[in-house]
Design a protein around this ligand. Structure first.
Ligand code: GDG
Length: 475
């Protein structure tokens, strides 16, 4: 008898294909999701379905890619440039991303992009359905690019277990209502048996949207949809704690961290790392740093803000504008406050290897994580995991999902320049003993609720829900 098969689906595969000098390269992702789900999709019989990150130029490239990826249990969904434009950049990143991050005025509603989003979700469904899942199989769908997919799979396979995880926030229903196609989106998600979010508020917002928009009554945390119970629950994602902790403990990384600190002459080293995104609060963070230099002139030349911004979505106009705005703000602060010996901000618009990231975490006295909205935020957890042997203080936005877990961080409202400035002052002056005690509490949480734990409890619950549903049917 065939064993149960698990199918993971996400917009991107955990391996990306790159064409360099007419040769295809297969580059594994270091992301948390790839690590957490590695032990699942790499098991024989299981697969991961997603876009491989490039557009093949001909059938030969497509065939080679398919073959190579098959060896890794990966199944590609090939998309054309037009599909990527409409589904990913257009609908996902210009409608869902801004609305789900409470930025109503950033949304651009285009019917054509909505149609492409539907078509691409159908394309993903066709690939999943080709894997001929049977009743005892399970499908775990990830994130907002694939909100229609649970229902599209359900239509073909009424009895299989389907989970959906949303990595970004779910906004209050009156914000979600702004999207012209909101009903179709939640009906799509409701094809799943378990709909999961990082925080309680997100799950409640989703349930409220189902009630207020579709008239579905809520029973505790579940809804009755077409004779099935669908559960909306909370599973905060963790990181690969062991990886970051081991990197931080290694001699090479510790040496590199020392080198970084020496280069900045042992000044208080404040670290900021994000993807380029207006949800991350980068401008406000720069304003707060300037305010620190202005209000506390004695700190000038004693601190350095090391800001790494990783290029992202720079074909979307708002992202290009944000990049220019950051360039201007950094230039302004460095030119006003800098002296020969000292530049207040070391700014990089680049992507670094994870070893360099780890050295920065080890070197940093303060990690400043102040998103205006964030589903979870993994950077702050990676910082904590790198701090078993060195001191440091985490300043964390109360509007990041991680703030619900990391209660010992200095929490700030990310829109308050004053609060961020004062938090920086407190962090810089915090006694070592207090730093250690607070960090130890955070370390325990990040260590225990790591990414493997997250995967395990999600699947356990999905199986449990399937059993409950069967019992309900039998009644
Ligand atoms: C979405 C949600 C949620 C960053 N720079 C480099 C680099 N990174 C890595 C970090 C971290 C990841 O990227 C960023 O993760 P975040 O969680 O901070 O942010 P999003 O990309 O917006 O992710 C978010 C997440 O999904 C998971 O559910 O937490 O709320 O928005 O892991 O280390 N990695 C390397 N070089 C860099 O320069 N190698």
């Amino acid at each position: 008898m065939r064993n149960k098969k698990t199918v993971i689906v996400s917009n991107r595969l955990p391996v990306r294909v790159e064409r360099r000098n007419d040769e295809l390269h297969f580059i594994p992702s270091e992301g948390g999701l790839a690590t957490g789900l590695g032990s699942i999709y790499q098991q024989e019989g299981n697969i991961w379905v997603g876009w491989p990150g490039f557009v093949p130029e001909n059938e030969y490239e497509e065939a080679i890619t398919r073959e190579k990826l098959a060896e890794l249990n990966l199944v590609p969904v090939f998309l054309t440039e037009d599909e990527l434009q409409g589904y990913y950049e257009g609908f996902s990143n210009e409608v869902l991303w801004p609305i789900f991050h409470y930025r109503l005025s950033y949304a651009v509603y285009t019917t054509e992009n909505w149609h492409t989003y539907q078509e691409v979700n159908r394309k993903f469904a066709a690939v999943v359905n080709q894997q001929s899942p049977s009743e005892k199989d399970e499908v775990w769908i990830h994130d907002y690019q694939l909100m229609l997919l649970p229902q599209l799979v359900r239509e073909q396979h009424p009895d299989i277990a389907i989970g959906y995880f949303q990595h970004i926030p779910f906004p209050p229903d009156e914000v979600f209502r702004s999207i012209p196609w909101r009903d179709e989106l939640i009906k799509g998600v409701l094809g799943a048996d378990l709909v999961a979010f990082h925080t309680y508020n997100d799950s409640q917002h989703f349930l409220n949207a189902c009630t207020h928009l579709l008239g579905l009554p809520i029973q505790n945390n579940s809804l009755h949809v077409d004779g099935r119970s669908v559960y909306a629950e909370v599973y905060p994602m963790g990181i690969d704690f062991e990886k970051f902790s081991a990197l931080a403990a290694s001699e090479a990384i510790r040496d590199r961290a020392k080198e970084i600190r020496n280069y900045y002459k042992d000044r208080k080293f404040i670290l900021s790392i994000d993807r380029l995104d207006y949800s991350k609060g980068i401008i406000e963070r720069l304003q707060a740093f300037e305010s620190l230099l202005k209000e506390y002139p004695e700190l000038r030349e004693k601190v350095v803000l090391y800001m790494l911004v990783v290029p992202s979505r720079d074909t979307v106009p708002q992202y290009r504008l944000l990049r220019d705005e950051i360039d201007r703000a950094v230039g302004h602060i460095n030119s006003i406050y800098g002296v020969n010996e000292w530049q207040p901000i070391a700014y990089y618009y680049n992507s670094f290897p994870v070893e360099e990231l780890s050295a920065l975490y080890v070197a940093a006295d303060v990690c400043l994580v102040t998103p205006i909205r964030d589903g979870m935020n993994l950077v702050c957890k990676e910082y904590v995991a790198s701090k078993e042997h060195t001191d440091g203080v985490l300043i964390l936005s109360e509007l990041a999902g991680a703030s619900k877990e990391l209660l010992e961080a200095i929490q700030v409202n990310p829109n308050s320049i004053d609060q961020i400035r004062e938090a920086l002052k407190t962090a810089i002056e915090m006694p070592m003993q207090e730093q250690r005690e607070r960090m130890q509490d955070s370390i325990e949480i990040v260590k225990k609720f790591n990414v493997r734990h997250w995967v395990k409890i999600f699947f356990n619950r999905l199986h449990e829900i399937k059993t409950i549903q069967k019992q309900e049917m039998a009644r």
